[in-house]
Design a binder for this molecule. Structure first.
Ligand code: HEC
Length: 603
């Protein structure tokens, strides 16, 4: 059978299939009419291409993958001004403007990209970043560099590769240091040269291509991946940063804009989003950290700095206000805020609810963990042990140091010891009720007894444990941010197991967070530096890598809805580095057909 014949046959099937899908998919905010077609190149059908249809204001984008025969069906189209983009690494992007619903079936032919530089530019940030980290011989410094320079934005993306003079680097590094990215002085001094050498196109492009053709540069998405549907919604403004996101049992996604002090609510069925500003409460820019040298990006407008959020047992949305130094409670029915200032400590970070409705949260700036009981409005604050004597002293005198800094008397910190502050980070509640947390810079995790509040600390065999989560039994899953590893710690046997992320074998990956769907115990990991989400199946120990459609998709948190769909937000800071220049939240449906069948099964 010729390609053309099989294509035609496929199209017939696709149209039938699309009719079925049209009935299955709710039409919310989009036309119910699907769009179908086939992707090919000069050699025939092209599987694994990403077909993205986007339109509307704010933009809603739907992405599907072409199957083995090159066929695709986009289940629903954004309502207005839709256009289409087909993308696969190794081929030139194809764009169609002004797409009408019901148009199609489409026959889309991609052209190979043969220009070496253009090919290299298609590669995600992690592939480029490897060229830079290779230049740092010292293991400790390399780890520090990765940890310090990738926690706001990707490294290796286009914006970070621009050639710059020493004086330009000096300005950039001063700004980064003011916002908290400190490097040891000798490493900092090497930065301009490291970047210039690594990203010199004359050497970088051949190193990335290694004589390979475009289609050999990246493995085609596997058949499991090709059934996925990825939706993205723009939320906020160009200077926004969508830090974390949570999916509410009411069917809507909530996300916090850390730099513009907003809470957003998105209804994926209607596509309608609303925003709820946080009250400024007379706080200066930068909140309690405000003053002459605000630790803020230049376009930030934040006094409260909403950072992490969870839904309480009563349906209220609770938020850590990192800069305002309080907890916020948002009533989703009344649309109102109530805030609770911390009694001790600085920078409330990540929060989780325990089985009794109490909030546990890390307090990153001052090495505390807090507990808050919404019933009584009472805080309990625990000072975590310091690693060293000097660390303990500094942490004790933190309020005085901040008072000085606020008045501009503190010396500007241009370089320093990146491991000095412990930084309590991720936190989760074990199925047995114990509280576990990580200390990012200390390469440690810890356990808190929820009643006696006794603390136990354990060193991790890997650096930078970030946002950890429990599975349904006694497995604590931990991403190692600066070594690109996934680890499982068994809280009973006290053993660690480690797996290298598939994207880390090709470059430098920085998994910021992970989450375990406790219904299936599948582990989802943020491919923060590679524009991917990864699924790990503990039973088979296999990873599935889902490429994401938008270049520079920096993810920091994962949540699931009732159908097991995966939600996250693109929170690269600054947002201008993101393709399209706007922040987005996204939903990945790994197996749409199954999700329909399994819908409503509850846990
Ligand atoms: C606390 C967040 C944060 C960290 C950590 C961080 N950056 Fe940045 N970076 C930013 C922001 C925000 C911008 C955009 C600044 C602007 O728009 O003026 C930026 C921009 C950049 C740019 C592009 C500059 C330009 O004007 O085009 C480079 C290069 C860069 N960062 C390198 C680094 C390096 C190297 C490190 C580690 C020392 C680092 N960043 C750590 C927040 C951060």
């Amino acid at each position: 059978m010729s390609t053309r014949e099989s294509t035609r046959r496929w199209l017939r099937n696709a149209i039938t299939a699309s009719a079925i899908i049209a009935g299955l998919w709710p039409a919310g905010g989009a036309t119910a009419e699907p769009l179908s077609g086939v992707v090919q190149d000069a050699k025939g059908p092209l599987p694994g291409a990403m077909i993205t249809v986007q339109g509307g204001d704010p933009i809603h984008a739907v992405t599907v993958f072409s199957d083995e025969q090159g066929g695709f069906v986009v289940p629903s189209l954004p309502a207005t001004d839709s256009h289409l983009r087909v993308r696969r690494i190794g081929w030139k992007d194809l764009r169609l403007e002004a797409l009408a619903a019901g148009s199609g079936p489409l026959e889309l032919t991609l052209e190979r990209e043969t220009d070496p530089q253009a090919l290299a530019e298609q590669l995600p940030a992690h592939r480029w970043f490897e060229l830079l980290t290779r230049e740092i011989e010292d293991d400790k410094q390399r780890e520090q560099f990765v940890r310090q320079c990738t926690y706001c934005h990707q490294q290796g993306n286009r914006a970070t590769r621009v050639p710059r003079e020493d004086w330009q680097w000096d300005k950039i590094l001063s700004l980064m240091a003011r916002m908290g990215a400190v490097l040891p002085a000798d490493l900092r001094a090497r930065v301009p040269e490291l970047f210039r050498r690594a990203y010199d196109l004359d050497t970088a492009v051949p190193a990335l291509l290694q004589g390979r053709a475009g289609d050999e540069l990246v493995a085609a998405p596997s058949p499991e991946v090709r059934t996925a549907v990825i939706e993205e919604w723009e939320l906020g403004v160009r200077s926004s940063m969508q830090h974390d996101l949570v999916f509410h049992p009411d069917g809507r996604a909530y996300s916090v804009d850390m730099t513009q002090d907003q809470l957003y609510r998105l209804d994926p069925e209607t596509g309608v989003s609303e925003s709820f500003p946080l009250p400024a409460q007379g706080l200066p820019l930068g909140g309690v950290f405000g003053g002459r040298d605000q630790p803020l990006p230049p376009t930030a407008n934040s006094r409260q700095g909403p950072h992490s959020l969870q839904v309480g047992p009563d349906g209220a949305v609770w938020v850590t206000l990192a800069l305002g130094n309080q907890l916020g409670r948002f009533d989703p029915v009344a649309g109102t805020w109530t805030t609770y200032p911390l009694e001790e400590g600085y920078y409330p970070h990540t929060l989780r609810f325990d089985g009794q409705g109490r909030i546990w949260f890390t307090i990153a700036g001052s090495n505390h963990v807090g507990r808050f009981d919404p019933e009584t409005s009472r805080f309990e604050t625990l000072r975590l042990p310091a690693r060293t004597w000097t660390q303990a002293i500094v942490l004790r005198f933190l309020p005085a140091l901040m008072w000085l800094a606020e008045r501009g008397d503190g010396a500007r910190m241009e370089s320093g010891d990146p491991d000095f502050m412990p930084v309590p980070y991720g936190i989760d509640v074990a199925p047995d009720g114990a509280i576990w947390f990580s200390q990012l810079n200390q390469h440690r995790i810890g356990r808190i007894d929820p009643e006696s509040l006794d603390v136990e600390l354990l060193d991790t065999p890997f650096p930078a444990p970030r946002r950890l989560r429990f599975d349904s039994s006694h497995g604590l899953w931990i991403p190692s941010f600066s070594s690109g590893k996934l680890s499982r710690f068994d809280v009973r046997t006290r053993e660690f197991r480690e797996w290298t992320l598939p994207t880390a074998t090709e470059g430098v990956e920085t998994p910021y967070a992970l989450h375990v769907d406790r219904r299936t115990d599948q582990v989802w990991v943020c491919g923060t530096n590679s524009d991917t989400l990864m699924r790990f199946d503990p039973a088979t120990e296999r990873f599935t890598v889902f490429p994401l459609p938008t270049r520079v998709t920096y993810t920091r948190e994962i949540d699931f809805d009732e159908q097991g769909r995966v939600w996250t937000s693109n929170s690269n800071l600054p947002t201008w580095q993101v393709e399209g220049g706007f922040p987005r939240v996204l939903r990945l449906d790994p197996s749409p057909a199954k999700a329909e069948v399994a819908g409503g099964s509850g846990r």
